[in-house]
Write a protein that binds this ligand. Structure first.
Ligand SMILES: [Zn+2]
Length: 68
């Protein structure tokens, strides 16, 4: 998900993921445990990173659970 504001924007990336038990409640696709990274940029210069984990759907990309 990319959110553009006037000068500050934030990008969320999946660094890597591996299959996990469970299925997506929206599409029934397989769930996976993902290492996520949120990067906040100011004038296109990254100044803040945050690493976190989440359970996401590999098919539709829905976030099923997050561990912040
Ligand atoms: Zn899904």
């Amino acid at each position: 998900m990319v959110c553009f504001c006037f000068l500050v924007d934030q990008t969320r990336k999946v660094k890597r993921s591996k299959p996990a038990a469970g299925t997506c409640s929206r599409c029934g696709g397989g769930a996976s445990v993902a290492d996520m990274m949120t990067q906040t940029r100011f004038c296109f210069v990254p100044f803040y990173w945050k690493n976190w984990k989440a359970i996401i759907c590999t098919f539709c990309g829905a976030m099923l659970k997050s561990y912040r």
